[in-house]
Design a protein around this ligand. Structure first.
Ligand SMILES: [Zn+2]
Length: 88
């Protein structure tokens, strides 16, 4: 008789600083990221993208950064480039 895989699904708030399980998983993620990205390039890129998104934010249906005299409809080309192609 074939065994049925046993699974347990739980929701865990990784930002819960009081949870030892969340703390363990956060540290485990840091260790694994450090192993594959010792220079922290991923974090540097993520920070740069955050700065671009802070500039190119939506205001009244247009991009706050790209809109000058004429409105540039949201999302602007910069945000579309970051988000990548979307399926239609
Ligand atoms: Zn823009």
């Amino acid at each position: 008789m074939a065994q049925t895989p046993q699974t347990l699904t739980v929701k865990l708030d990784l930002s819960d600083t009081g949870s030892q399980i969340a703390q363990y998983i956060r540290q485990e993620i840091k260790n694994r990221v450090a192993a594959i990205d010792p220079q922290g390039v991923a974090g540097t890129v993520a920070d740069a993208i955050d700065r671009v998104r802070t500039l190119h934010r939506q205001e009244y249906g247009c991009c706050a950064e790209c809109t000058h005299e004429s409105g540039v409809v949201w999302p602007c080309a910069t945000i579309r480039a970051i988000d990548g192609p979307t399926e239609h």
